[in-house]
Design a protein around this ligand. Structure first.
Ligand SMILES: Nc1nc2c(ncn2[C@@H]2O[C@H](COP(=O)(O)OP(=O)(O)OP(=O)(O)O)[C@@H](O)[C@H]2O)c(=O)[nH]1
Length: 298
């Protein structure tokens, strides 16, 4: 009996800050797995989004952009993560914004090709192009002299062009069974999603006031009957930042906690008991050991 081909593998998602990598990962996975915001460099984790289709499974390695800035440990980690993501990846999607092609895009392409990774070019945000006729010459320009496994104009936000993109990406992957079962996926992502809910609320409540080095750690994630007991620690670098996050009389932190809890309850479909703390770890983003303690592994 002929069984239809099933493919699965690792797909690195590469691109400059703000081009729409997280939005694309979310759109492919179909659930909210990664934070979106108009602020650059919000994706600090090397995240795994898993997109499962009847024809195959994409393990999306959601890497931060390839940064040339190496001053702080965080940035060094990001560079390593971007490089590390290329080990064992079957293909990469290079995400750019339609109409733009920067030096960093060319560098990323070269790095991927040098590593022997096939590159699928995703030209995102086509919905924002004012002059639609400019798309074809743009595609011709960026493809000239480059060997892409496919070039896909899409809108991650409007979810257009994704079907064809998935087809191209799947074609780059080895024939094999799904690497993760459905039940594993939920287990793996719930804890992570809880962190993202808190992170997103932090961003909404604090906006520009949010200190760069803030991070969220889910310290506790326990199933207690039909109740989820979740403990989230918001790490900041200084006492002053702690005060900002907590707000007057603790009002802001309460609001962050309550909104995060409501979102978690909607998403997980169960009652959530959420505790949040703000803790200070001075200069942690400069401290590699601390980064490791927070789960930023290579
Ligand atoms: N109009 C439009 N906006 C988009 C599209 N894709 C992403 N955006 C918006 O662009 C902004 C950045 O998107 P993100 O997905 O956070 O970008 P990112 O590449 O993950 O950014 P970093 O986390 O900073 O690396 C958000 O405000 C998105 O809503 C798109 O196809 N069309």
């Amino acid at each position: 009996m002929n069984t239809p081909t099933h493919r699965a593998g690792h797909v690195a998602v590469i691109g400059r800050p703000n081009v729409g990598k997280s939005t694309l990962v979310n759109a492919l996975v179909g659930a909210k797995v990664s934070i979106t915001s108009s602020r650059p460099q919000t994706t600090r984790h090397q995240l795994l989004g898993i997109a499962t289709f009847p024809e195959g499974q994409l393990l999306l390695v959601d890497t931060p952009g390839i940064h040339r800035e190496q001053k702080r440990a965080m940035n060094r980690w990001m560079n390593r993560a971007a490089r590390g993501a290329l080990e064992g990846v079957d293909t990469a999607v290079l995400v750019v914004r339609a109409g733009q092609w920067e030096d960093d895009d060319a560098l990323a392409y070269d790095a991927l090709k040098n590593a022997g990774v096939p590159v699928v070019l995703v030209v995102n945000q086509v919905d924002r192009l004012k002059d639609k006729a400019s798309l074809l010459p743009y595609l011709a320009k960026v493809s000239a002299g480059r060997d892409f496994a496919g070039v896909h104009p899409i809108s991650a936000l409007k979810r257009s062009g994704l079907e064809a993109l998935v087809k191209t990406v799947l074609a780059q992957l080895p024939e094999q069974e799904a690497l993760y079962g459905e039940d594993e996926i939920t287990d793996k992502s719930q804890r992570f999603l809880a962190g993202e809910m808190v992170r997103e609320q932090l961003m909404r409540q604090l906006g520009e006031e949010l200190p760069y080095a803030t991070t969220v750690e889910i310290e506790k994630f326990e199933v207690d009957g039909n109740l989820l007991r979740i403990g989230a620690v918001i790490w900041v670098e200084r006492d002053g930042q702690k005060a900002i996050v907590i707000g007057k009389g603790g009002e802001r932190l309460r609001e962050i906690g309550s909104r995060s809890r409501q979102q978690m309850e909607r998403l997980f479909g169960s009652k959530v008991f959420l505790e949040t703390w703000v803790r200070v770890r001075e200069g942690w983003s400069d401290d590699e050991a601390a980064l490791r303690a927070f789960g930023y592994h290579d």
